[in-house]
Design a protein around this ligand. Structure first.
Ligand code: MN
Length: 480
């Protein structure tokens, strides 16, 4: 990655962009960060450059890209914001200033969470480009997370899933959300990530073969009917979305219809519905899987037609939409930001977004309960607790110290006599909360679990092990 790569990205998306400005910003940042290295040993400027490339990929204006290059200068170097203002003017300096003010977001407890969200909202309302820079910055930090200690990795990955990804989702930035989530997922749930990755890659190969066959077929049929598709592409579902889907289905490995879906981009609305009709003539649709998000967009504005059909004994999902809808789904609000390099006037749709964000922010400030809707389904029904050694254990909501004990080891569960939560003795049926530090006290002489525990334990693991152990110890159901 170097300056030329960045320039190529910028030019590919925006031929009119001010490359001279970008080059000046690069040189300024390179000079300011001279001698600085990142935890992974790379030169610091590499981080600035990667942040800028993501912004270029989002097709943002040259000022935002320049601000992306300069985003860590005031905080981490001797060069000041005033120098940036002298060199690059008010607008770029303003963006850098806001990024610096936004600072590091720290994941710790609900109060901090609200405080962080408020900071994000204010920055967003003032200039949404600040959030784009923050996202781009975060994306590269996630990509280089490997070099950091485990505790830091976990903090950054968790706050990505809890704060950044839901905001990206609300802004309709599907692509960035997917990238951030996938990276964070591998750090928050490393085992599940590997398991799922292995599982999917097997299915994936078979699917790609099938999808390629169908692609040729549908392309021909559409053309015969006078619909000229702009593109037909196989789309792989993000691993983290699959994971969430599995969680919703009680972690059972069910068939996920849309591991690879076919996305058809057509020129206008009539062609969308026309293409849907042709697909349904060719293959039988699955009941309840036809979704018209064009007539009824998702809350974040997402528009597309979805259908799943039976095709060669397999089910295949199709997504049909126009180019504009596709850009919306991939880039969201970023797709509407800047139409030309000179104008600073927002297109109408962005103004609507801004209004929505503003009212959204007010609601959060006025009503903390609203946070629940914001968290969407990220971590819904899951809590994170810590062992005395600082390991993070992920449990369903309302789990108890007994669930925690069985999660660690069957013997610890069986021999559990009491527990401490945050250094205080607690009831065995106490409900754990995210962030609790839980310590289980065992008695080696204890014969086995108490069957009454079945009345309050939450996890299937605990239930199964209590049942097994009470059987083994000859304790009969409902007699204590
Ligand atoms: Mn940074």
């Amino acid at each position: 990655m170097n300056l030329n790569t960045l320039k190529q990205y910028v030019q590919a998306n925006n031929p009119k962009a001010d490359l001279e400005l970008i080059e000046r910003a690069y040189k300024f940042a390179e000079n300011a960060h001279k001698g600085q290295k990142r935890s992974n040993g790379a030169l610091y400027i590499n981080h600035s450059l990667n942040t800028a490339v993501t912004l270029a990929e989002l097709n943002l204006d040259a000022n935002t890209i320049a601000a992306g290059l300069l985003h860590d200068v005031p905080e981490d170097t001797d060069a000041s914001l005033d120098e940036i203002k002298d060199e690059f003017g008010e607008e770029i300096a303003g963006l850098v200033e806001r990024i610096t003010k936004l600072g590091t977001i720290k994941y710790r407890g609900i109060e901090r969470y609200i405080e962080n969200l408020r900071k994000m909202f204010i920055a967003m309302a003032e200039d949404v480009r600040v959030i784009f820079i923050k996202f781009a910055d975060r994306l590269h930090n996630l990509r280089t997370l490997n070099a950091l200690p485990r505790a830091k990795q976990l903090r950054i990955a968790k706050e990505t899933l809890e704060i950044y990804a839901p905001i990206a989702s609300r802004l309709g930035m599907g692509q960035l959300k997917g990238k951030m989530e996938n990276l964070a997922f591998s750090y928050v749930y490393p085992e599940e990530f590997t398991k799922l990755n292995n599982m999917i890659s097997k299915q994936y190969k078979d699917r790609v073969h099938l999808i390629n066959k169908i692609k040729g077929n549908i392309n021909k049929k559409l053309k015969e009917s006078g619909i000229e598709p702009i593109s037909i592409k196989g789309r792989t579902k993000h691993l983290y979305s699959i994971y969430k889907k599995l969680l919703r289905h009680d972690r059972e490995i069910i068939k996920i219809h849309d591991i690879v879906a076919l996305r058809i981009i057509v020129k206008d609305l009539p062609d969308c519905y026309g293409a849907l009709g042709i697909i349904h003539q060719l293959w039988k649709p699955l009941k309840g899987r036809i979704k018209d998000y064009i007539a009824q967009p998702k809350p974040n504005g997402y528009q597309s037609l979805h259908t799943t059909v039976f095709c060669e004994k397999e089910t295949v999902e199709f997504q049909i939409r126009t180019k504009e809808m596709d850009d919306d789904a991939e880039y969201g609000i970023a797709a509407h930001w800047f139409y030309d390099e000179n104008g600073s006037i927002l297109p109408k749709k962005s103004l609507e977004w801004m209004r929505e964000i503003n009212s959204w922010r007010k609601e959060v400030e006025e009503n903390k309960k609203y946070l629940d809707t914001l968290k969407i389904d990220v971590f819904q029904n899951r809590i994170f607790v810590f062992t005395p050694k600082g390991d993070v254990i992920d449990l369903p909501e309302d789990s108890t110290p007994i669930d925690f004990a069985y999660h660690i080891h069957t013997d610890i569960g069986n021999k559990c006599v009491s527990a401490r939560i945050n250094d205080h003795i607690a009831q065995l049926d106490a409900k754990l909360k995210s962030g609790d530090m839980v310590e289980v006290i065992t008695d080696p002489k204890k014969k086995g679990p108490n069957r009454n525990w079945l009345k309050f334990v939450k996890t299937n693991v605990a239930k199964g092990r209590i049942k097994n152990a009470t059987k083994a110890f000859g304790i009969f159901p409902f007699k204590e």
